[in-house]
Write a protein that binds this ligand. Structure first.
Ligand code: MG
Length: 378
């Protein structure tokens, strides 16, 4: 029998993936040259480094929308990253793109997220602006994999391939960077993850919002796309269906609708713009992996609903306000007394890093639970 060695997989990629896909055998490589692996491609190896990183393990106790203590079935940021990776892999497969590259980017995209979700991120950004700095979780994710993780005495960070870093850098959703200029990806795999992220959190937030009873099926009927989905998935169940089953069907149907729209619209764009090679992708001045304009409008109404009825609901807000004050208190406590920082942070300061940056790295890296514990101790 023949083993699936790295070379075999690399050759298979060239034979089976689309011409515009990134091939692992043609990677631009890593910042620090290393030997190649016998069995894994460079992107598979990146994915493995990400999964085995400390920052990835901490995602299990970081809020997505609901703090983890609310219940076992709400998403935390690790589950969100896994869901994002699953959707991204599926889309990559549909388009003939490199699944391993998409998976690695998806698993890493939120590594730099603060505790306490987007509210935590907003608080951190506000604090840093007082020091002429800013906080943005995509940038911090890059900092985690390029600097903060320490797995080898020979290099800083995880030493990932250029392609994974590119995908992380260009990662954006309207939610992530509301005011920032739109940037396009160096490859379609990165664009897939941008959408995979959005598909994952939109469908999950509908599920989590219903589960927590922060909003109801009835409330959802006020949103055209959700009303249409609700009618479709409950059709034929004259005796009614359990709320739990209906919830699953609604969130799955939304996910499916998003995946189907992205697939048909992106295929259309790739064909119409005669995108054949990776070079064509990089030369094209707009996104190619996208929702259709009409669907985008419908989806924006779902997002608006979630914003008003979930993210800004009194119950979620009570949690996030508490999280924001924890971040502010911890930040000023470490700033006042740097001896409370861990050794690694103090070494970074001795190497010339600004204290505000070191404290930002430390606090942003914390899980909700760790931050909460430190805060009560202090
Ligand atoms: Mg995300």
């Amino acid at each position: 029998m023949q083993l699936f060695s790295r070379e075999v997989i690399e050759n298979r990629e060239c034979e089976t993936l689309a011409a515009f896909a990134v091939k692992s055998g043609q990677s631009q490589g890593r910042m620090y040259a290393t030997s190649v692996d016998s069995y894994r491609t460079c992107f598979q190896r990146d994915r493995d480094r990400i999964i085995h990183s400390k920052a990835f393990r901490r995602l299990q106790a970081k809020t997505q929308v609901f703090v983890s203590s609310e219940g076992d079935h709400y998403r935390n940021r690790m589950i969100h990253s896994v869901e994002c990776a699953q959707i991204s892999r599926g889309l990559c497969r549909t388009f003939g793109l490199n699944e391993d590259l998409g998976e690695a980017i998806a698993l890493a995209h939120d590594l730099g997220h603060t505790p306490f979700g987007h509210a935590g991120e907003a608080a951190m950004n506000e604090i840093l602006q007082g020091f002429d700095l800013h906080f943005e979780h995509n940038e911090q994710s890059l900092r985690v994999v390029e600097k903060l993780e320490k797995i080898s005495p020979d290099f800083e960070g995880l030493n990932l391939t250029k392609e994974v870093l590119d995908g992380m850098l260009k990662h954006h959703t309207p939610f992530d960077r509301p005011k920032m200029k739109f940037v396009y990806s160096a490859h379609l795999e990165g664009q897939v993850v941008d959408l995979g992220d959005e598909i994952a959190y939109m469908s999950a937030d509908i599920d989590d919002g219903l589960r927590s009873e922060v909003f109801s099926f009835e409330d959802l009927r006020g949103v055209p796309l959700m009303r249409e989905i609700l009618e479709r998935v409950s059709h034929g169940y004259d005796l009614g269906i359990f709320d739990e089953t209906l919830r699953a069907r609604v969130s799955n149907a939304l996910m499916r609708a998003m995946v189907e729209d992205v697939s048909t619209e992106s295929q259309k764009r790739l064909l119409e713009n005669k995108i054949l090679t990776l070079e064509d992708v990089q030369k094209y001045p707009a996104v190619l992996i996208s929702f259709s304009p009409d669907f985008r409008i419908a989806l924006d109404l779902v997002r608006k609903f979630l914003l008003e009825n979930f993210y800004h609901s009194p119950r979620v807000k009570a949690q996030t306000d508490h999280g924001q004050s924890i971040i502010r208190d911890l930040f000023s406590a470490f700033l006042k007394d740097p001896s409370k920082l861990p050794e690694r942070a103090r070494v970074m300061m001795a190497d010339g890093e600004r204290i505000e940056v070191v404290v930002k790295d430390y606090v942003a890296g914390m899980t909700d639970t760790f931050a909460e514990r430190m805060w009560s101790e202090m």
